[in-house]
Design a protein around this ligand. Structure first.
Ligand code: C2E
Ligand code: CA
Ligand code: CA
Length: 330
């Protein structure tokens, strides 16, 4: 029983790639009734997908536990979005040379009534799998736009707020309308909003993605490639995307000082980005020495715990006032 519908939604060529993930449940050990057997085969299929797709998995008791957990999170999250349990945290991004604050990345959190504050790793995958990523993403976008305007109006120097975009959102036919609505409803300057797309998402379906991104750019929004270096970019295509920024994945920055390969990759990405006329951001900067090396390599912007962790808007304002007292809002 393997039901994976992975038909690409937009593809300009008539070539269709279909992969097959198979979940297997065996009668009678895995269920005596048909719906239990099917449910368990489903759980095994999810496991097959998680193991990189295109494989088959037999059902186990552990899968049953995880499937229940997943279903619980999905139900809770559906209600949680409506009850206003989501929060947006903001992490500063600074200029590599001057240390000036340039922007903030909006990172979602979920204030779960029983489990407390949950990080995206615990619910974003479920949101993506269930389609809840659409209302969740729309909510984060609105919150970020509202915050951008609020900070501008309170007299703080204007900063760019970047928002992460998932595959489900990129494939949503309503995406453009959602972006347009967020901009007009909140009266935000679109130049102060940036969308982050992962490298693998970008390379999924190059031709139609380029078209879509061009339309988004026409709204005035800027685009950055997240987790760069972890996917498989066709360098041949990279220059055709209307992107503004590359964000070097934090795994390279983390090991840069110990591993000469990671240092070499980091420097190469900076060089590549600059050759393509893009700004380059390093993420996950935790140490002063990393900052020095990145500055020497010509990196443009930095983000990481060294400067500030993701924090609620109010804490961000305090951080800002302390880090840059000359720039306090009125
Ligand atoms: P990301 O977009 O790569 O975000 C960066 C992650 O690195 C954040 O984790 C951030 O807290 C963490 N980070 C930043 N600086 C450092 C550092 O110096 N050291 C270490 N160890 N970590 C650092 P977070 O907030 O847990 O988010 C994880 C991922 O969840 C994000 O990765 C992003 O892919 C996804 N995500 C977060 N918010 C949203 C959202 O609103 N929508 C969507 N679609 N995805 C989101
Ligand atoms: Ca990001
Ligand atoms: Ca990233």
């Amino acid at each position: 029983h393997g039901r994976e519908h992975s038909f690409p939604t937009r593809r300009s060529s008539d070539l269709l790639h279909v992969s097959c993930s198979v979940g297997i449940a065996v009668y009678p050990e895995d269920g005596r009734e048909i719906d239990i057997l099917m449910r368990n085969a489903d759980a095994a299929m999810y496991q097959a997908k998680e193991q990189g797709r295109n494989n088959a998995q037999f059902f186990t008791i552990e899968m049953d536990r995880r499937a229940r957990e997943r279903m619980q999170i999905e139900n809770d999250l559906r209600g949680g979005i409506e009850r206003g349990e989501l929060r947006v945290y903001y992490q500063p991004r600074v200029d590599c040379r001057s240390g000036t604050l340039l922007g903030a990345e909006a990172l979602v959190r979920w204030q779960h009534p029983q489990h407390g504050l949950m990080t995206p790793a615990n619910f974003i995958p479920v949101a993506e799998e269930s389609g809840l990523i659409i209302p969740l993403g729309t909510w984060v976008l609105a919150a970020a736009c509202r915050q951008q305007v609020r900070w501008r109006e309170s007299g703080f120097a204007d900063i760019v707020i970047s928002v992460n975009l998932s595959a489900g959102q990129l494939h949503d036919p309503e995406l453009l309308a959602t972006l347009q609505r967020a901009i007009t409803e909140h009266g935000v300057n679109p130049a102060m909003i940036e969308l982050e797309l992962t490298e693998s998402l970008l390379m999924e379906d190059v031709t139609s993605t380029i078209d879509l991104l061009l339309t988004i750019k026409r709204l005035g929004i800027s685009l950055s490639v997240d987790d760069f270096g972890t996917g498989y970019s066709s360098l041949n295509y990279l220059h055709r995307f209307p992107i503004d920024k590359l964000k070097i994945d934090q795994s390279f920055v983390r090991d840069m000082l110990d591993d000469p390969n990671d240092l070499a990759i980091t420097k190469a990405v900076i060089g590549l980005g600059h050759t393509l006329g893009l700004r380059v951001v390093a993420e996950g900067v935790e140490e002063v020495e990393e900052m020095r090396v990145l500055a020497a390599a010509g990196c443009d912007e930095l983000q990481g715990y060294l400067f500030g962790k993701p924090m609620p808007a109010e804490a961000f304002e305090n951080w800002r006032a302390a880090a840059d007292p000359g720039n306090k809002g009125g």
